[in-house]
Design a protein around this ligand. Structure first.
Ligand code: AP5
Length: 214
């Protein structure tokens, strides 16, 4: 199964992609997580990505496409993957399609998690993420069992630099301009399924698994 999770910042892509990938026993590939890992290691790519991410704008296509296409070439992706945060523009979607079609392969389903803007702002304002495994939490709706420590790996939790009100506003604008057109793009391909992302995490998760198994 080759799945894309599409949705605005804060829709729950990271939360749900981790769970869905575990259910399907395939890797979870998140472009934002990969960039943050590079930043933690202070690589050249990490330093480049940081300068874009802090402003809430997209990292240039060239480096992003190379990073993701390289990752899905790995042997652990041969049975499938869950993509989270990529593609984020028509150009990225076309690059992915071309790379897969060279191997006579294709994306099976695009799951679009739809959440109203006021809820996105509330979610991102209270989000904490793990410095090691990048699992997302929320101060109110899904707090960790131990204060500021990850339930999965015990890593330290922190607030992302791009979860400030200014950066969140910018990210939502960038989503509307660059990424939202992908909804129509994948609808035309006949592989898009829309999921109401407003309910509790468990409920949204069940809807996603149901859509994949349809
Ligand atoms: P990225 O890390 O991908 O951020 P994003 O797309 O803005 O998405 P988020 O991680 O903010 O939200 P999410 O949908 O994963 O929500 P989450 O599950 O955490 O990208 C960051 C930056 O990297 C970009 O701005 C760009 O600069 C760069 N970048 C990345 N990919 C790129 C690409 N392809 N091209 C170019 N640049 C790229 O949930 C959010 C919160 O809500 C959490 O606190 C969670 O606990 C809570 N929550 C989740 N679900 C629910 C629910 N159902 N009910 C209540 N609370 C919930």
């Amino acid at each position: 199964m080759k799945i894309i999770l599409l949705g605005p910042p804060g829709a729950g892509k990271g939360t749900q992609a981790k769970r869905l990938a575990e259910t399907l026993k395939v890797p979870h590939i998140a472009s934002g997580d990969l960039f943050r890992e590079h930043q933690e290691k202070n690589t050249e790519l990490g330093r480049l990505a940081k300068s874009y991410m802090e402003r809430g704008v997209l990292v240039p296509n060239e480096v992003t496409i190379r990073m993701i296409l390289g990752r899905i070439e790995s042997p652990d992706c041969s049975r499938g993957f869950v993509l989270d945060g990529f593609p984020r523009s028509i150009e990225q979607a076309q690059a992915l399609e071309q790379a897969l079609s060279k191997k006579k392969d294709k994306i099976d389903k695009v799951l679009f998690i739809n959440v109203p803007e006021e809820e996105l702002t509330r979610r991102l304002g209270g989000r904490l993420i793990c410095r090691i495994c990048q699992t997302p939490y929320h101060r109110e709706s899904s707090p960790p069992k131990r204060s500021m420590l990850c339930d999965r790996c015990g890593g330290e939790l922190y607030q992302r630099a791009d979860d400030t009100p200014e950066a969140v506003k910018k990210r939502i604008q960038v989503y509307a301009a660059e990424t939202a057109p992908l909804v129509e793009y994948y609808k035309r391909e006949g592989i898009l399924e829309e999921i109401n992302g407003k309910g509790p995490i468990e409920q949204v998760g069940k809807a996603l698994v149901g859509a994949v198994r349809d």
